[in-house]
Design a protein. Structure first.
Lengths: 196, 180
């Protein structure tokens, strides 16, 4: 895999959220959730610090509850691999307002950079497509990122999946809130729900 | 196929009692890994115009789904068999972290006339796994107990954010008889 032209993760996430309007964004644990924070803290950001493998399913539950809102899951290859079955669960439900973007640096970044399965074995785009998510894209240019970012807002044409090859260099951590109850209630409040 | 259950006229209606309770509490998302003991309830959910049945590839997906559902304003319930409980353990940590209402209905294996030894380990540890995970355990052992237990469980989950697992005894659902 050529390292020369890999995209910069912060640039990718910034583009995905640039004109986010009413998007609810879910960040899988690890660097992805820091990238979302770096793009700007927002009442509709769901920062995960645990539950590895669960990001896409949290996205599905939210998307089904709020069919008129675009829901965007941004996560890493390791986190997506742990929840690989959820691609079939999502492919079966076909929520048209759900988008999943995997930032694929082919390593487990938080734990010392060990090689992940996507470097030499697993093709997440092929997996997503074979699980019933017809719009599954391999992305390697910023133009493709921007096109995907725009498509996120089309509530009728999802679900959609993108695997974005990014460089494996670590970037400065920008840490979001670790308080899960704050995170959930902030989103619920922004959607008009009261606490119990 | 199902025998070793207490025979009774009311015995066959308990899934309908569960469905009625879920409906009353405005449950909308019902993730499940299909289980024979839940088949009638699953049928009612799939035929419902208010609830959405969501088949999972593994039970832990349902825990994360319910967290997302609540964040988006909807209540849900996870249906599974005791063998699926172990698959959920790390994902159960979302419950104290996010404080979403968590209700699960678990059909029990490995505890009453079981023929399959592979069901016994998880059936035997289900209650402890839930309690170690901070989830309260209630049990319905016969059909007449089901309405009250479901009502209590749903009330404490949705009104008090008390995570609760209802164990539906193998004696209630009936043990499968593949061999005598």
């Amino acid at each position: 895999m050529s390292k020369a032209n890999l995209l910069d993760r912060r640039q990718v996430v910034s583009a995905l959220l640039a004109d986010r309007k009413d998007v609810v964004a879910i960040g899988g644990l690890g660097a992805s959730t820091n990238d979302i924070t770096a793009a700007g803290d927002h009442a509709r950001n769901f920062y995960l610090w645990g539950g590895m493998g669960g990001a896409a399913m949290i996205g599905l539950g939210l998307a089904l509850a709020q069919p008129k809102l675009p829901v965007l899951v941004i996560t890493g290859d390791g986190e997506m691999l742990m929840g690989m079955g959820s691609l079939a669960t999502i492919g079966l439900q076909k929520p048209s307002n759900l988008s999943i973007a995997v930032l694929d640096n082919e390593v487990y970044g938080e734990t010392g950079g060990q090689t992940s399965h996507t470097s030499a074995a697993a093709d997440l785009v092929g997996i997503a497509r074979a699980c019933g998510i017809a719009d599954s894209r391999a992305i390697s240019t910023m133009a493709e990122v921007e096109a995907f970012a725009k498509a996120v807002h089309d509530l009728s044409a999802g679900p959609r999946f993108a695997n974005v090859k990014i460089g494996s260099a670590s970037v400065e951590r920008i840490l979001p809130s670790r308080d899960g109850t704050y995170i959930v209630n902030r989103i619920r409040g922004d959607l008009g729900f009261q606490p119990i | 196929m199902h025998a070793r259950a207490d025979a009774s006229d009311t015995a066959l209606n308990w899934p309908d009692d569960i469905f009625a309770t879920l409906q009353r509490f405005d449950v909308r998302q019902v993730p499940y890994v299909p289980d024979a003991g839940h088949s009638k309830l699953i049928q009612r959910v799939l035929a419902s115009s208010t609830m959405r049945g969501i088949p999972l590839t593994t039970e832990e997906e349902g825990v994360a789904l319910l967290a997302g559902a609540w964040t988006g304003g909807q209540r849900g319930v996870l249906l599974m068999q005791s063998s699926g409980v172990g698959n959920c353990v790390n994902m159960l940590s979302l419950i104290p972290m996010l404080r979403f209402p968590f209700l699960t209905l678990v059909t029990m294996r490995g505890e009453w006339g079981e023929f399959n030894p592979w069901q016994v380990p998880m059936g035997s540890t289900t209650q402890d796994v839930f309690e170690l995970s901070g989830i309260k355990v209630l049990r319905a052992s016969n059909a007449t107990e089901v309405p009250a237990v479901l009502e209590a469980a749903a009330a404490q989950v949705y009104n008090a954010l008390t995570p609760t697992a209802v164990l539906l005894s193998q004696r209630l659902i009936g043990a499968k008889v593949f061999t005598k």
